[in-house]
Structure formats: C-alpha cells, structure tokens
Design a protein around this ligand. Structure first.
Ligand code: GAP
Length: 695
C-alpha cells in the first residue's frame, strides 16, 4: 500500500487514538485545554507497560540502581540551585494581532512583501478633512492623508496651522492674564488650518507603527491585519497612515500563520508557579517540578546511606513533570504535563578511577560506535551494530559510562519494538552543550511529523537525552544547601596512599583544576573558589570526592506517541465474504501491547463454547491482560483487536469441544495479529506459550 502523507497519517493516528481509547484531549467536554492529554483504557495500559518495562530494566534487573519516588512540589531553593529559576526559559514571541505565542526559535524564516504603517486615525476624521478641503480648494496641501500624517508627526510647516497656534496662544495668554476666562471660548475658528488641526488632534489615533507580511497574493490580508491591530488600540474604524511597501528575506519577525508582526523575543520561564499554604505571596512561592531529576540529587545522600550502594550506582525515578510550554504541539509530543523516566547514574571522577585502577579505559574499549557530532553524519543509525562490552568495568571513566548508557538505552528501545533504524543517535555539537556537560546524546525517533533532510530522510525528534553532566548538579546542591554532597570511598583512600608523589601531584592538580573551573563558572568569588578547589583536591587523599553523573532522561508520553506512530499500519485482509478490505492494525510489540490476548467463543449462542471460552479467559487473566469478546462475526472481532494492537487471539470452536474428533478436543485456534496465521494449540500449552511471547 502507498504510504499515507505525513499530515494524513498523523490525522489518522490522532483519530484512531480517540476512537479506540488510547488518548483523549483533556477536559474535552469543555472544549479541551491546550497541552494536556488523558490516556483512555488502551492508552493507560500501554503507558503502564512502558513504565514497568523501563523500571524493571533500569532497577530490578540490575544490582546497581535503586528507585525513588519524590514529591512534585519541592523546596523552591532546589530550582535556584538547578538553574531553573534563572535560566529555564524559552524566548517567546507573540502575534500582535491574534496574541498567539510562539517559541522564537520555531518561527520558520519567511521571505516576501511587507506593508508597514506608521499610524492610524479614525476614518471619520479623514472624511471631515475632505469636507474642509472641498470648502477651501486653495489650502496648500490637498491630500487629507498627508495632512493627518504631518499633523500627527509634528510636521506643521505650510499647513496654516502654525500661525493660528501662535495667534491663539498669544490671545489665550492675554485673556488669561486679564483673568478674562470667558473670552477664551470666543477665540474664533477662523481658518481652514485651524479646523484641520482640530479635526486631526481631536480624533482618536495611534502613533504605534505596524507591519504585516503579505501571505499569498492578498495585499488586502496585510491591510486587514493592520486595521485589526489599530482597532485593538481603540480606533473604531482605522484609516491607515504612513504606508510603505518593502521586502524581507528569511525574516522571523512575522507570524507564519497570518503574516502579522510579532513582538520582540522575550524570555518566558517555563515553570508552573504556585503558592504553598493559604497566603499567595513571594514567601510561599513554589513550583511544579519541570523534571524529576532534581529530587534525585536532593535525596542523593539519603538514598546512598539507606541503600548500601556505593559509587558507581544509580537512582531512578518515574513521574510527572510540568512545563508551561509556549507552543504545545504535534499531538502529545510537546505537552504541558507529561511524565519522565530518569536515571541519575553516579560515577567516580576520572582522576579517582585512575588513582584506583592506574588507568581510565578509553571509550573505544566500550563500544565501536564513534562519537559523531551531527545528525547528518549519523543518519545511518540502522545497520551499525555495536560491539559494546556489556559488563561495566572498574576502570570506566565518564566517556565509557556515557557510551554504555547510550547503547543500553537504544537496546531497550529495540526490546520494546522500536527498531534501531527508526532511531537516530544525535551527538550534540560542542556549541550545543550546556556549559557543565561533557557530552550529550539525544535519541531521536523518526516521527511522521519530523522534518526531512536534504536527502528526504526523516531527521527525528527527541525521545531521550543522555547527558554526561560532570559533578555540576551535586556541587550546586552542596553550595545552595550548605550540606556536603561528597562521598567517602574506601578504595580511593587505600589506593591514594600507595600512589607515588608524581601521580598524586598530577591527579590532584587535574581534580583541582576541574573544581576551580566549576566554582569560577558558578560565580564563586576568586579567592573563595581557589580555597575551595584546594580543599576539594586535598579531599582525594582522604577518599573524598563529589561524584559525577550520567543522566539518561526519557519522556514517557513521547515514547507512547512513538510506539503508536510506529505501530500504526494499514494492510489488506479478507472480510467475512473473502473480499479484501483495508485493515488498520496496531503492530505493538507484545511486551507493550495494552491487551495481550483476546478470547473469543466462536458463537455466543452456544453455551458450551461460551463456558469453555470463559474458562480459558480465567486461566490467562491472572498472568496478562485479556479481552473477552463474544459479540459479532468472528472476523469483525479480529478487526477490533487488530486496531487495539492485541497480538494474539484465541478462538474456542467446535473442535475445542471435540466435536470433530477427540484429537482436537481442548485445543484452540491461536491467531497471530501480524501474520494473521492461525495455529492449533492445546489449552494446557497456551499459558507458557503466551507468557514467553509477552514478557
Ligand atoms: N533532566 C533532564 C531533562 O529533563 P529534557 O531534555 O528537558 O531533560 C527529558 O527532558 C525528556 O523529557 C525529553 O527527551 C522528552 O522525552 C521529555 N520531555 C521534555 N519536555 C517535554 C514536553 N513538553 N512534553 C513531552 N515530553 C517532554
């Protein structure tokens, strides 16, 4: 079948998500709320499966990661320490007419004709000027537009207005000096200039300038926008002044949807603010967490002390995060409320690894995948198989651990049904990295709405970022809380004592320099920074250091969307009468599929079939999600489950009852969703067979 076009495909996916109960718009009966989504029965199961699989693979299946479940609202100082209060902002622009907001970096550059206006005045004033000019054909300026513009911008020369003003002012002064206030009202409106001046200055007007880009061929569109702009400034029927026509090239100053001028970009903090307790004042400000990670850092010491873990080890957390995104978009891709699955994996600094092991393994020893610095160089994520050493080694430094986690995460995506070829491993370029990050790899998924590169390939959108964040986070919390965040490492203490003086000096100096760089960049005064860095380096001899961290941070909702997009497919399947019809099938991997198996009695009006089917349902139900359906023709029932993505269907028919011979008694038909192949399986074998496929 021909592939549906991007928008068409996304429309189908959004519509199926609603129709089958994967994803609904939040608060839909009230018109919805932008950037918020609810998961229906199938979506909730899908999401739960994904989170459980992540949790299992990140914590339960390994001995070096433990879990945490922290609160959403935390002490506001956490967000000062993390930098979110000061820097977690997007540059935002607002349409001057529709008021719609956009992220400045998401405005597509545009080229075209621009209409600009310097001001606007009530049309009635222009009509009045026309009338005065008709009565005074000798007035030096004959264009009412020019007159209005010149008066509004103070260019009064030659309008006959200046003389009047002079005279008026002199006369008014005289009356005032004499205390003859009544006479003020006798000042005659003697000239056309006077009437003109009064007409313009009395009329409602705006001196704000405005521009609009001509979209398509309609110049009228740009003028309409300008009138709307001035209407919003209190002019009932705007007459546009100071019209100029120009062109722009690759400009990001205009709303791509209507052509209107946008405001200048200004920073917009993405954190949702609230108040703790009954008093809504600055003292009680708190934030809904914009990421789950910071709680892990804040609880690092508690977890370390209670879990009996030692560095290297990790803390994992799954939970809600909130960001007041300027432009939520692409269905659930950029939401304002979403879930994250984050791991903070704490490791020894390289100097400590070297002190203990005598060397730091090169990254190449961990994986044959080269660091790549751009998407274009990394488009062939598909066939590259890594020779990753799966067993972490004591001599791994940050580079090795970082590569290890990148590869682990990609393998996990593969294990839940996203093939490597649908993913892109994007190594951020040095200029893209946060100042404290040593390397960051984004794992992108090729969504149908992703942009295409010059070769027509989908470039992908971020599912997860895997960052080597140095010791920045723990150091920040140490500075802001005043509580030590370092660890004591017995092995380091022992190893350090055995180092020769040259090695001690070398490693100590390197550690000192790294700490000094952090402290200086964080704004610690030079003298203090020098003292602290010296003390930190001296700590190595006592077995003390601040761990570094590798952070794989994934979004649950983006992953659900990726799974839905990847699963969606259409093929041809025969209907009841054998005629081919289009079948929509969600090809979820059985491990994530919301319903694992559907159980169907062939006919609902045969109690013995129904009884047996219920027996099979009860056999499977304690072990997996089962859907029982006895309504409609069997083909229809299969189709319904295909759309839900149920990988297996079990049909109880007359063979099951032994009506066609004893050898088939207590066997069922097991239908595979993808191949539509059916096989005969003994009821007694069904559970282990299915468990093997869905776990
Ligand atoms: N602690 C690091 C961190 O939060 P991030 O790249 O800002 O890093 C991590 O977010 C992941 O969270 C992203 O890769 C994405 O999957 C998900 N995410 C971030 N913002 C999101 C949003 N507005 N809607 C849905 N998912 C989002």
């Amino acid at each position: 079948m021909a592939e549906p076009k991007t928008n068409e495909l996304m429309e189908k996916i959004v519509s199926l998500s609603k129709r089958r109960g994967f994803i609904f718009q939040s608060s839909e009966i009230y018109g919805g709320i932008n950037g918020f989504w609810d998961y229906g029965p199938l979506g909730a199961e899908l999401k739960r499966n994904v989170k459980e699989l992540w949790w299992r693979s990140m914590t339960q299946d390994r001995g070096d990661v433990v879990g945490l479940e922290a609160t959403i609202i935390m002490h506001p100082k956490i967000w000062e320490a993390s930098g979110h209060v000061d820097t977690f902002a997007d540059l935002m622009v607002e349409c001057l007419v529709s008021k719609k907001r956009f992220r400045a970096d998401q405005i597509e550059p545009q080229t075209g004709t621009v209409y600009s206006f310097t001001a606007a005045i009530e049309r009635l004033a222009i009509e009045r000027l026309e009338q005065i000019l008709r009565e005074n054909p000798n007035f030096p300026v004959s264009s009412p537009t020019e007159i209005a513009e010149r008066i509004l911008f103070g260019d009064l020369k030659g309008l006959g207005v200046e003389d009047y003003l002079r005279k008026f002012q002199a006369e008014a002064k005289r009356h005032l000096e004499r205390g003859d206030l009544e006479r003020l009202f006798d000042i005659p409106e003697e000239s056309a200039g006077v009437r003109i001046w009064q007409t313009v200055t009395d009329a409602k007007h705006s001196l704000e300038s405005y521009s609009a880009l001509v979209l398509g061929k309609s110049v009228d569109g740009a003028k309409k926008l300008a009138k709307e702009f001035y209407r919003q400034r209190g002019i009932t029927e705007p007459f546009l002044l100071g019209e100029r026509i120009g062109t722009v090239e690759n400009s990001t100053r205009f709303n791509p949807e209507n052509g209107s001028l946008l405001t200048e970009p200004r920073p917009f903090n993405l954190m949702f603010k609230t108040y703790v307790g009954p008093v809504a004042d600055a003292e009680n400000v708190a934030y809904l967490r914009p990421e789950t990670a910071q709680a892990i850092f804040a609880q690092f010491k508690n977890v370390l002390e209670t879990s009996r873990q030692r560095v290297p080890f990790g803390i994992a957390q799954v939970g809600k995060a909130f960001r007041n995104e300027v432009t939520p978009r692409n269905f659930t891709f950029r939401s304002r409320e979403f879930e994250q699955m984050e791991l903070e994996f704490f490791i020894r600094p390289d100097e400590v690894v070297e002190a203990i092991c005598g060397r730091v393994a090169s990254a190449a020893e961990v994986s044959n995948i080269e660091h790549r610095t751009s998407n274009a160089e990394h488009r062939t994520s598909g066939p590259q198989l890594s020779t990753l050493n799966p067993q972490p080694q004591p001599d791994w430094g940050w580079e090795a651990w970082h590569k290890y986690w990148v590869e682990q995460r990609i393998r996990w995506y593969e294990s839940i049904g996203l093939p490597r070829a649908t993913l892109v491993e994007y190594w951020q370029k040095p200029e893209e990295l946060a100042h404290y990050a040593r390397a960051t790899v984004d794992i992108l998924f090729k969504f149908p709405f992703s942009k295409r590169d010059d070769r027509g390939e989908l470039t992908g959108e971020e599912l997860e970022g895997i960052a080597a964040r140095s010791d920045f986070d723990l150091s920040q919390h140490q500075r802001f809380s005043g509580k030590p965040m370092g660890v004591f490492d017995e092995e380091l203490k022992g190893a350090w004592a055995k180092l020769d003086e040259a090695a001690k000096k070398n490693l100590g100096q390197r550690y000192h320099d790294a700490r000094l760089t952090y402290l200086t960049k964080s704004g610690v005064p030079a003298e203090q920074a020098a003292q602290d860095a010296k003390a930190d380096a001296a700590g190595l001899a006592k077995g003390q250091y601040i761990p570094h961290v590798i952070e794989p941070s994934a979004g649950v909702d983006r992953l659900i969307l990726a799974l839905i997009c990847h699963a969606y497919s259409e093929d041809q399947a025969p209907d009841e009468k054998g005629k081919l019809e289009t079948r929509v099938v969600m090809r979820f991997h059985p491990r994530v599929a919301p319903i694992k198996v559907a159980v169907f009695p062939l006919l609902k009006n045969r109690p013995e079939l129904v009884r047996k089917a219920v027996e099979v349902r009860e056999l499977l139900r304690p072990h997996m999600t089962v859907f029982y359906d006895e309504v409609g023709a069997i083909g229809r029932r299969y189709r319904r489950q295909d759309e839900a993505g149920t990988p297996f269907g079990v049909t109880i028919d007359f063979d099951t009852l032994g009506e066609k011979g004893p050898e088939l008694k207590d066997t069922v038909t097991l239908r595979d969703r993808d191949s539509m192949k059916q096989e005969r399986v003994r009821i007694g074998d069904l559970l282990p067979l299915l468990l093997e496929k869905v776990r």
